[in-house]
Design a protein around this ligand. Structure first.
Ligand code: FMN
Length: 181
C-alpha cells in the first residue's frame, strides 16, 4: 500500500484540469525524459499532461482514471537485468502480476526502452502492454519499442509522430496543426 504522503494522481489531474498522465519506469533518466516530453506535447492536442513516478502514486487509482473525460495513461518503461522493471516501477509491476484489478475503461499506450543486445529485450514494456489489455484496458495505440543499441531517440520520435495522430483520432480531437516543437 502507498504511504500516506503519496499524492493522488487522479486528484492532481482533476484539480489542474489535466487528462493525460505519463508514468515512467526509469533508472538513468531516459524514460523519465521521454515521459516529460510526451506530457508537455499533449497540450498541442488539448490534452494537458503530467508526468508521474509510479513509486509515488497509488497505482490502484488506474481503476478510476476513466472517470476523467478523454483520459489517457501512457507508460514509458525501461527494462533491466533479467527482464526486470526499474526500482521505481517494481511495486507497480508486482501489482500487475499478482493482482486482478478491473481496468476496463482505462485508455493506455506503452513505449518501451531497452537494448537489443540483451536477451530479455524490452520485456517489461511487452508485459505491461499485454497485461493491461488482459485486465480490460483499451490500447489507444500500438506499443513502441526503443532500442538503445541503435538510436533510441529516433525510435521514440518515430513512434510518437504516429502516436499523436492516433490519439487525436481516438478521442475525436482535431489536431491544431501547430508545431510547438
Ligand atoms: N534493455 C533490455 O531490453 N533488456 C534488458 O534486460 C536490459 N538490461 C540492462 C541492464 C543494464 C545494466 C543496463 C545499463 C541497461 C539494460 N538495458 C536492457 C537497456 C536499458 O533498458 C536502456 O538503456 C534504457 O534506455 C534505459 O532507460 P533509463 O535511462 O530510463 O533507465
Amino acid at each position: 500500500t502507498a504511504p500516506a504522503s503519496d499524492q493522488s494522481f487522479i486528484q492532481k489531474l482533476k484539480t489542474s484540469g489535466r487528462s493525460l498522465v505519463v508514468f515512467y519506469g526509469s533508472q538513468t533518466g531516459t524514460a523519465e525524459e521521454f515521459a516529460g516530453r510526451l506530457a508537455k506535447e499533449g497540450a498541442r492536442y488539448r490534452l494537458k499532461g503530467m508526468v508521474a513516478d509510479p513509486e509515488e502514486c497509488d497505482m490502484e487509482e488506474l481503476t478510476s482514471l476513466k472517470d476523467i473525460p478523454n483520459s489517457l495513461a501512457v507508460f514509458c518503461m525501461a527494462t533491466y537485468g533479467e527482464g526486470d522493471p526499474t526500482d521505481n516501477a517494481m511495486e507497480f509491476y508486482e501489482w500487475l502480476q499478482n493482482g486482478d484489478p478491473d481496468l476496463s475503461g482505462l485508455n493506455y499506450a506503452v513505449f518501451g526502452l531497452g537494448n537489443k543486445t540483451y536477451e530479455h529485450y524490452n520485456e517489461v514494456a511487452k508485459y505491461i502492454d499485454k497485461r493491461l489489455e488482459d485486465l480490460g484496458a483499451t490500447r489507444v495505440y500500438e506499443m513502441g519499442l526503443g532500442d538503445d543499441d541503435a538510436n533510441i531517440e529516433d525510435d521514440f520520435i518515430t513512434w510518437k509522430d504516429q502516436f499523436w495522430p492516433a490519439v487525436c483520432e481516438f478521442f475525436g480531437i482535431e489536431s491544431t496543426g501547430e508545431d510547438v516543437s
